[in-house]
Ligand binder design. Structure first.
Ligand code: SF4
Ligand code: SF4
Ligand code: FES
Length: 260
């Protein structure tokens, strides 16, 4: 039978509203998703008031302010703070983004909601479980495959062949695209999702790679590739400005071309 309501243990409770910092003249409210598996209780929304005169401009600065000055138990991932590692991806004000390059003043609303990336199991607070996401990345074999003996120094490409990889190699594997894709929400166990498929295309069109047929065979399946319905959420949220939907369309085109 179809379940039309959330299971009881998924309903998000009200949580705690933390007091405003002493002496703060200008504050901004942030509603943050909290979940601690060992407590055995439902997730909750905690509200924090951040002194904006003492906090940097990005959402990651807000999270660090909360952790350092209000509530050290808040858990989230981050590493580079430069939009390079993809670790700080989360849902900010209803849109997936990376916290270190998203200014909190770019997000509309008196209170800004911060939640983990949607549709993935939550390890703790803002930390999603990316096991399946990484397995899908590994599935597309994101490395050069060739039978030609390796050259002494390097595999060369013409500038034109190298240009083909622009808009693809810049992916930081943040998972913002896949977790904003409705097809991925419903079939994330079988559909590879936009991030893995963008990588698949990156290697399919690499002039040095010699496994094109094998790579296309691996995607020939009703779910892995063809569950993309060109809804375009992926291209809208990518923090690096990439277009996974276009890459997926190109892979589909390669599939058609090889049978005609
Ligand atoms: S275009 Fe395809 S991959 Fe992108 S969000 Fe839509 S269904 Fe998902
Ligand atoms: S394509 Fe963009 S949104 Fe998707 S994983 Fe790569 S960088 Fe992140
Ligand atoms: S901390 Fe690396 S992308 Fe945000």
């Amino acid at each position: 039978m179809v379940q039309l309501t959330l299971p009881k243990n998924s309903v998000i409770g009200k949580g705690k509203t933390w007091p405003k910092p002493d002496g703060a003249k200008k504050t901004k409210a942030f509603r943050v998703y909290r979940y601690s598996p060992e407590q055995g209780s439902n997730p909750r929304w905690d509200t924090y008031h951040v002194d904006t005169s003492k906090c940097g401009p990005m959402v990651l600065d807000v999270l660090l302010y909360i952790k350092n000055k209000i509530d050290p138990t808040l858990a989230f991932r981050r590493s580079c703070r430069e939009g390079v590692c993809g670790s700080c991806a989360m849902n900010i004000g209803g849109h997936n983004s990376i916290a270190c390059t998203k200014g909190w003043d770019e997000v509309a609303g008196r209170t800004i909601t911060i939640a983990p990336l949607p549709s993935l199991p939550v390890v703790r607070d803002l930390i999603p479980d990316l096991t399946n996401f990484y397995a899908q990345h590994a599935y597309v074999q994101p490395f050069l495959k060739t039978d030609t003996p390796a050259p002494e120094r390097e595999w060369k490409q013409t500038p034109e062949d190298r240009e083909q990889l622009d808009g693809l190699y810049e992916c930081i594997l943040c998972a913002c695209c896949s977790t904003s894709c409705p097809s991925y929400w419903w079939n994330g166990d079988k559909y590879l999702g936009p991030a893995a498929l963008l990588q698949a295309y990156r290697w399919l069109i690499d002039s040095r790679d010699e496994a094109t047929g094998e790579r296309l065979d691996d995607l020939e399946d009703p779910f892995k590739l063809y569950r993309c319905h060109t809804i375009m959420n992926c291209a809208q949220v990518c923090p690096k400005g990439l277009n996974p939907a276009k890459a997926i369309a190109n892979v589909k085109h390669m599939m058609v071309e090889r049978v005609v």
